[in-house]
Design a protein around this ligand. Structure first.
Ligand code: GLV
Ligand code: MN
Ligand code: MN
Length: 408
């Protein structure tokens, strides 16, 4: 078995944290200057590791092994949420780099091929899992017109970042035989159970609905309460009633979030004439997602009948179906975990989205989790124990060697 270098791993992880660092957290949204600088640095680190490294036409950093296939692709994303943690995505990227270089440096494994990768825009600053979708040919011309919150399209951002005209990396079915991704859990379960490693069984499906509330804009002083058609009041009532309507059809592990709200025109002395709310909901079962969607849309119809404000809901185009991880790959990770931390690992579903959910429709995928301290993620306070970071990389490296040996 190969030995990863924990110190080198942590050094690179801390170096990546500096690109866009803000206190303990990181602000490195896709195609920001910090994101592009980090990608250039990653390319150099991959090259120094003996990989043939390049940044492709959507920003994916690919470090291709000099060895012929069969190859494993190992990595994650290097972009962050608008106010993100230092490990979400970054840890899996540096694992890919460390595993590829540890394998190449060891005569016993130097013939094995690992292609390390840092995908672009998993977090959806422009479009979720943009880089992974491009890699498997799922990114269409019309997708390139999608915009970030400031209204900049993907194509313009790519041009601004100096990436236009570059070839895009593509999945090579004869070479790329499986994808492995490590990630922090981003939830509380491993820590609560005292487990050190999670082997992911499935990734939740994710859907969204944008609700629009249409009332009548008017003067906040002169309009009597009973004459008002206040879109914001209707939105607040909708948001409140939604909790019980969703709970009535949800599974014990369903989650839902109203993370984006807008009120128009947003002035103290104007009764809002329009409002909007985005509902995101997740479950591992597509039937439950369908029931949750129907419950939310039924509530919108019911409220339109009851109040002077009309409510309408439009399901968002990006709909992610629940995805299973490949059982044969999971077994390799489970065996590797059991050898290093017997009894301290567990199979578990992922409630967060990952690039694996896109890639798994094209090649077998598996994921490994390590514990998140206090279960906090998508926040500057996100952190994990350095011993767990090192352990997870060694487990994934051992699993990679056993998978590649079997594929030879
Ligand atoms: C990914 O970051 C997610 O929100 O699940
Ligand atoms: Mn994330
Ligand atoms: Mn992530």
């Amino acid at each position: 078995m190969v030995e990863i270098d924990p110190e080198r791993l942590l050094q690179d992880l801390h170096a990546l944290r500096e690109f866009g660092r803000s206190g303990p957290g990181v602000v490195r949204p896709t195609y920001s200057d910090q994101d592009i600088e980090a990608r250039n640095w990653l390319r150099q680190r991959m090259e120094a590791a003996g990989l043939q490294a390049s940044i492709d036409g959507v920003g994916n950093v690919i470090g291709r092994s000099p060895n012929d296939g069969p190859a494993l692709v190992i990595g994650s994303h290097s972009d962050t949420q608008p106010r993100g943690g230092w490990l979400d995505g970054a840890m899996g990227v540096i694992y890919g780099l460390e595993i590829a270089r540890a394998l190449l440096a060891d005569p016993a494994t130097s013939h094995l091929a690992v292609d390390a990768v840092a995908w672009a825009d998993e977090e959806g600053t422009y479009s979720s899992c943009l880089g992974a979708r491009s890699f498997v040919g799922e990114l269409t011309e019309s997708d390139m017109a999608e915009c970030n919150a400031e209204g900049e399209s993907i194509s313009s951002a790519i041009e601004r970042a100096g990436l236009s005209g570059r070839p895009t990396a593509s999945f090579e079915p004869d070479r790329h035989r499986a994808y492995l991704e490590a990630h922090i859990e981003q939830g509380p379960y491993l820590e609560e159970q005292g487990n050190r490693i999670g082997v992911v069984t499935s990734i939740v499906g994710i859907r969204g609905i944008r609700f629009q509330f249409s009332g009548q804009q008017n003067h906040a002083g002169t309009t009597p309460m009973k004459r008002r058609q206040d879109a914001a009041v209707a939105m607040f009532e909708f948001g409140h009633r939604l909790q019980s309507e969703m709970a009535a059809v949800a599974s014990p592990t369903s989650v839902w979030t109203t993370g984006v709200v807008d009120v128009e025109p947003g002035a103290e002395s104007i009764i809002p004439g329009a409002a909007a709310l985005t509902l995101q909901f997740r479950d591992a079962d597509d039937n439950v997602l369908e029931a949750m969607q129907n419950a939310a849309l039924d509530l919108a119809r019911a409220m339109t009948g009851e109040s002077p404000v009309s409510v309408s809901g439009t399901p968002l185009r990006e709909k992610i179906t629940p995805t299973l991880m490949a059982p044969e790959l999971r077994d390799h990770i489970g065996t590797a975990a059991d050898a290093l931390v017997p009894g301290a690992w567990v199979e578990m579903p992922s409630a967060a989205g990952h690039d694996s959910m896109v890639l798994s429709h094209h090649l077998p995928c598996a994921m490994l989790f390590i514990p998140s301290i206090n279960g906090i993620s998508h926040d500057f306070a996100e952190d994990s124990d350095e011993d767990d970071i090192a352990l997870g990389c060694q487990v994934l490296a051992n699993a990679a060697v056993s998978i590649l040996t079997e594929l030879q």
